[in-house]
Design a protein around this ligand. Structure first.
Ligand SMILES: [Zn+2]
Length: 450
């Protein structure tokens, strides 16, 4: 007898969607089709059966001076409740060492409810740091991250170029925050000089041109070094055009973030606008249309959450100038249901494309495919039984993040995860978290094959 049968659902596989049963033995999928009796059975009639989502962009790990509100335990409780079964967290290079940052992430990840891996943010692209990269790859750490928006990037362009070359040689993917430091710094200075320091000026401090210039420079760097780059949280029509062009010339992947699919800069006319501060800022309605189109047509590869919430009080603290508001919002639990509700139900995305951008493509880019990101025989049994007709109104009080507000508070969505499995075990079902802290495991990443 098989361990677990998920019976009668619409199963989303790379070959298409079909009515089928899914058999799970131990931690893996053992058959898809008509399967025999299971020791346990889940009735999935009328439900969608989709691969557990892989979020390539979260900030759950601590630093020596900061522990996020949603640490691994809280953040992954929200993740599994939302159908995200693997998270990739940023960790920071520590005392000059990339490995030390990962070691901290591994300690924090011991409390994870979801499977996890890392990108290391490189703040000092020294020769010693570059020399660590091949050893990190051998241990399954195949991701780095660079902030072009940092003054350090400007000061040490040549060292960052060498870093990308070392990453290319070892097979590591380099995630890049593409906003041009000089444009952002100059705009911020002008706004400050004229006393325009309120949150309503935040979008003007980080214009589209800063994003476009940085994307173009990142593409050039990728072309010159042969590095594979992953441009995070792209937000504007013009940046997406630069991405499209870049994909012809270099190994470039593109990510957007839920904020840019659902909200515009009109949010910044509200007195509580700080609640939506993230980098880059919310853009215009035309940009929102362009992000949806790029997600549908394959220009964008993934949606990553950039999950890093802060409390209302921290966001709205009196006296913060626009550049000092802690950036980031909560998004792990609503990632899948909102993309289903606003994307698939509104016919902007097919169901197959949803599975591609939330599971398959991020797993490939992370070097975890086909272990993660797909419903196939032999893959980890990370499975979401999704009720396409469940109606919910998003309220922070009902969600699992430690944050006391949600950026989509009050949104009505149709479609919500009913049962979420991580490696064959129920992690979440019908509103109740079943996974315990420590259930999640490190997922070694392979060098990118592309
Ligand atoms: Zn981020």
């Amino acid at each position: 007898m098989i361990d677990l049968a998920i019976r009668g659902g619409t199963v989303v596989t790379p070959e298409g969607e079909r009515r089928a049963d899914l058999a799970i033995d131990g931690e893996r999928i053992s058959a898809i089709g008509n399967v025999g009796a299971g020791s346990r059975e889940i009735d999935a009639r009328g439900k969608l059966v989709i691969p557990g989502c892989v979020d390539l962009h979260t900030h759950l790990a601590s630093t020596p001076t900061f522990t996020p509100l949603d640490d691994f335990e809280h953040g992954t409780r929200a993740a599994v409740a939302g159908g995200v079964t693997t998270v990739v967290s940023m960790v920071y290079q520590e005392d000059g060492s990339l490995r030390r940052g990962i070691e901290r992430g591994m300690r924090d990840g011991a409390r994870s409810l979801a499977d996890f891996a890392f990108h290391v943010i490189v703040t000092d692209p020294s020769e010693a740091a570059r020399a660590e990269i091949p050893g990190l790859l051998r241990d399954g750490h195949a991701g780095l991250k660079v902030f072009m928006v940092s003054p350090r990037f400007v000061e040490r362009r040549d060292d960052y170029r060498l870093l990308l070359r070392a990453a290319a040689e070892a097979g590591a993917v380099v995630a890049i925050h593409a906003e041009d430091h000089e444009i952002v710094a100059a705009r911020t200075a002008v706004l400050h000089a004229s006393g325009r320091t309120g949150v309503e000026h935040f979008p003007d401090s980080r214009p589209v041109e800063a994003e476009v210039k940085a994307v173009a420079e990142a593409v050039q760097l990728a072309a010159a070094t042969n590095a594979a780059i992953y441009l995070v949280h792209l937000s504007s029509r013009a940046a997406l055009a630069a991405l499209r062009e870049g994909k012809r010339r270099a190994r470039v992947f593109g990510e957007t973030r839920p904020l840019y699919l659902y909200l515009t800069r009109a949010q910044f006319e509200r007195p509580d606008a700080a609640l939506w501060v993230g980098q880059p800022p919310l853009r215009d309605a035309d940009d929102v249309d362009a992000v949806w189109a790029a997600l549908a047509d394959g220009t964008l590869d993934t949606v990553g959450t950039d999950h890093i919430p802060h409390t209302r009080a921290a966001k709205l603290a009196v006296g913060l100038t626009f550049d000092k508001i802690p950036p980031g919002v909560s998004n792990l639990e609503t990632l899948l249901p909102m993309l289903y509700s606003e994307g698939v139900r509104k016919r902007r995305l097919t169901l197959a494309r949803l599975a591609e951008v939330l599971a398959t493509a991020p797993a490939r880019i992370a070097g975890m495919y086909p272990r993660k990101g797909v419903l196939a025989v032999g893959s980890d049994a990370d499975v979401v039984v999704f009720d396409p007709d469940a109606r919910r109104t998003i309220r922070a009080a009902d969600l699992h993040s430690a944050c006391d507000y949600d950026p989509y508070e009050g949104w009505d969505v149709t479609g919500w995860p009913e049962v979420v499995l991580l490696r064959g075990e129920v992690a979440f079902e019908r509103g109740t978290t079943r996974a315990q802290p420590g259930r999640g495991r490190f997922v070694p990443r392979s060098a990118l094959k592309w």
